[in-house]
Ligand binder design. Structure first.
Ligand code: 6PG
Length: 232
């Protein structure tokens, strides 16, 4: 039985609404069981509309902790900051009551911030209720980039760390990323992508096994259930 559940939506709007509902359901399930819920979301260009929809949902946001699956090592004043995207599109209105755990720290490098961020992530009510991943045209997800200096460690299913640094030719600035085990442990794991180009990349990722070539394979071939949501 395949562990990949592929769901196609007709429009970006329908996808954003459908994904927001699924994440709300995952949060509600955790709140019911534990009274707290933590979610980890991706940055990049794709998720802004989904964030807008999620932020409009009625939830006890004060009991929800939001973090990122990865961050570029830039301050929130940078237009490259994933935290800035979250603040602009998700942490507004009622959802501004949510607690936000940034992965960036005002230190020169991600390596400098690693221990502090590791401790902060370890303090979250893990596992995450929901993790929403994106995927790049090169088959990266989170900051698992082809050629990444910490790719093998970050995608080691038995690795002990919760976060790692990453430097890679296509990554732009240095990055910090949650590691594969913490992502795979989530109650619900989503892969959100849009457009025919990404569908082609996804099909190629599913068809092969080399994680170094397309690191998203570390998730797709992990054996755990992944909800893939897509629209043309
Ligand atoms: C990041 C992301 C990254 C993203 C993909 C897809 O910080 O860049 O978290 O993993 O999800 O690169 O990005 P787009 O949505 O911009 O195509």
């Amino acid at each position: 039985m395949s562990t990949i559940d592929f769901k196609s939506f007709e429009t970006r709007e329908a996808l954003a609404e459908g994904l927001a509902q699924a994440v709300v359901d995952a949060i509600d399930a955790s709140l019911l069981k534990h009274g707290k819920a933590a979610i980890a979301l991706s940055g990049g260009r794709t998720p802004a509309l989904f964030f807008d929809k999620l932020s409009a949902r009625r939830l006890p946001w004060a009991d929800v902790i939001v973090t990122l699956v990865d961050e570029r090592w830039v301050p929130e004043t940078s237009e490259r900051s994933n935290a800035a995207l979250l603040r602009q599109h998700l942490l507004k209105g009622a959802a501004s009551a949510a607690e936000f755990l940034p992965l960036w720290r005002p230190l020169p490098t991600p390596e400098d911030g690693l221990d502090a961020v590791e401790a902060a992530v370890a303090d979250l009510p893990l596992p995450f209720s929901a993790v929403v991943l994106g995927m790049g045209d090169d088959g990266h997800t989170a900051s698992f980039f082809p050629g990444g200096d910490r790719l093998a460690a970050a995608t080691d299913p038995a690795g002990a760390r919760l976060v790692d640094s990453m430097r890679a030719p296509a990554a732009g600035e240095p990055r910090i990323t949650l590691t594969l085990p913490v992502l795979l442990a989530a109650d619900r794991l989503f892969l959100h992508m849009e457009g025919q180009g990404k569908k082609g990349v996804f099909d190629a990722a599913l068809a092969g096994r080399d994680v170094g070539e397309m690191p998203v394979r570390s998730v797709l071939h992990s054996g755990r259930a992944v909800d893939v949501v897509w629209c043309p």
